[in-house]
Design a protein around this ligand. Structure first.
Ligand code: SF4
Ligand code: SF4
Ligand code: FES
Length: 327
């Protein structure tokens, strides 16, 4: 059947949406339609693509206003009489039609300090535990489609923020290197805060929602880094601890002990009765991911509290430790 499309055509000097009625067949994706347009009505329509399998990250575009991969957007997800509007990703300057200049991202990649191998260990002698490989595996799934960069409101329509902000794609790179047991730099989080503009991010999770690799950019990279760079003097729980704990329960720095890993100057602290829960997608008894996770229209991160959290918490999960109990 024929479906109605509006495709932006133009270059750096301007352009507009052009109307097309194009034949659509069963099983096709938006990129198929662009190829059909190139083969029929508009042979000079510019569009970047490569793999047509959601793996090269080239075919990023905005489809009905949502940043998506053209090759992973099925035509069957639209209503039969729906007009499909295709525009270039907005955060980067247009070169022509659907092709934008994404060199901003390569500049930020160049600015990000590379993996620093440990001194005295030659290439080929690097060894790490499987558990450490798995921790950062999620971030290495990135296909550099830059949909997260395009979506982030810090730089979308705000070119003036670009020099000071690397964007979510490079926050996950910093988090990946921060988790790397062999990386010799110990200041990845501080560098992200001071030089990559981590402080601009107000954890809206928009980047997570558009990531075609379902990387939980905000929950698993940005929030843990933000948590750790905040001086614990500003931590309200630590402040509360200073108010309610006896002096002999405070650390040598007169601070309430913290159980947060990675916070400088912590002692053993009050044992936490509630270990942090894993944040991966839930799987059923057969070990398969719930189908809802695969077909949800917005692939946002799970709530850090989990789906089954209800308040008030059961007493054994509350970490508050009343000083009277020790008397
Ligand atoms: S969570 Fe942060 S990095 Fe991601 S889109 Fe929002 S502001 Fe940008
Ligand atoms: S993190 Fe996700 S959205 Fe961002 S560039 Fe990588 S694959 Fe694309
Ligand atoms: S063509 Fe490679 S991700 Fe779409």
């Amino acid at each position: 059947m024929k479906r109605h499309f509006r495709v932006w055509r133009g270059d750096a000097s301007g352009g507009d949406l052009r109307d097309f009625d194009v034949e659509v067949n069963e099983g096709e994706v938006v990129l198929d339609i662009i190829h059909r347009l190139q083969a029929t009505e508009t042979p000079d329509l510019a569009c970047r693509w490569n793999c047509k399998a959601g793996k090269c990250g080239s075919c990023s575009m905005e489809i009905n206003g949502k940043p998506r991969l053209g090759c992973m957007t099925r035509m069957s997800t639209f209503e039969e009489n729906e007009t499909i509007t295709i525009t270039p990703i907005r955060t980067f300057p247009v070169i022509r039609d659907l092709v934008t200049d994404v060199s901003f991202n390569y500049e930020k990649a160049r600015e990000t300090p590379a993996f620093a191998p440990p001194p005295g260990v030659a290439p080929g002698e690097y060894r790490m535990q499987q558990i450490d490989v798995e921790r950062s595996q999620e971030f290495r799934k990135c296909i550099e489609c830059f949909l997260c960069q395009n979506t982030c409101h810090v730089i979308r329509d705000h070119d003036e923020n670009k020099p000071a902000f690397s964007g979510p794609r490079y926050f996950i790179r910093a988090a990946e290197l921060d988790m790397h047991p062999l990386d010799d730099r110990s200041d990845r989080k501080e560098y992200a805060q001071a030089s990559q503009g981590l402080g601009f991010c107000n954890i809206t999770k928009c980047c997570t929602e558009v990531c075609p690799e379902h990387i939980k950019i905000t929950d698993n990279a940005i929030i843990p880094m933000k948590e750790r760079v905040v001086d614990r003097r500003y931590d309200p729980l630590v402040w509360l601890g200073r108010k309610i704990l006896r002096r002999d329960q405070l650390g040598s720095d007169n601070m309430a002990p913290s159980t947060t890993p990675g916070v400088a100057g912590t002692s053993g602290g009050i044992p936490s009765s509630r270990a942090r829960r894993p944040e991966g997608a839930p799987v059923g008894p057969d070990g398969h991911m719930d189908i809802a996770e695969l077909v949800a229209p917005l692939q946002g991160g799970l709530s850090p509290f989990g789906e089954d959290m209800t308040f008030p918490l059961p007493p054994e999960e509350v970490t508050y430790h009343h000083p009277e109990k020790d008397r």
